[in-house]
Each structure stands twice: as structure tokens, then as C-alpha cells.
Unconditional design. Sequence first.
Length: 74
Amino acid sequence: MNSNNCPKCEKELDWQGHYHCSDCDERFNKVGFCPDCQAQLEKLQACGAANYFCNSCNELKSKSRVRFEFQQVS
Ligand SMILES: [Zn+2]
Ligand SMILES: [Zn+2]
């Protein structure tokens, strides 16, 4: 359910403060997008849990509905 795989080669990513694919030798950020308006969500850390806030809808989004994408760090 919560697997983090490389968007290029599908290999499972390592977590080293950022997501890293050892095969591609690329770094990735995990970015959440609003399921309603497709805007990039702001990640809020509260009480050890991550919440995702949409500045366009002006409301928190349920993590189960958030669409996640890995973006390559250049
Ligand atoms: Zn890869
Ligand atoms: Zn939104």
C-alpha cells in the first residue's frame, strides 16, 4: 500500500533523508497533489503525523486521497 518505487525503474527507493534509487543513482522528493484541484499540497508536520494542506481549496486533505508523485531532484 505504501511502497515507494522509483518512477524510472520501479525499484524500491532507499530513504536517506531523501528518497534515493541506488540503481539510477537519482534522488527524488515525494510530492503530494490535491485530489480535487490538482494543486501541489503543503506538507504539515503535527504531533508526528503528516498532514497535507491545499492552499487553493484552503483545507486539509485526507492522506488516503492525496496523489503522490516522485519528482527527481536535479
Ligand atoms: Zn531507479
Ligand atoms: Zn485543492
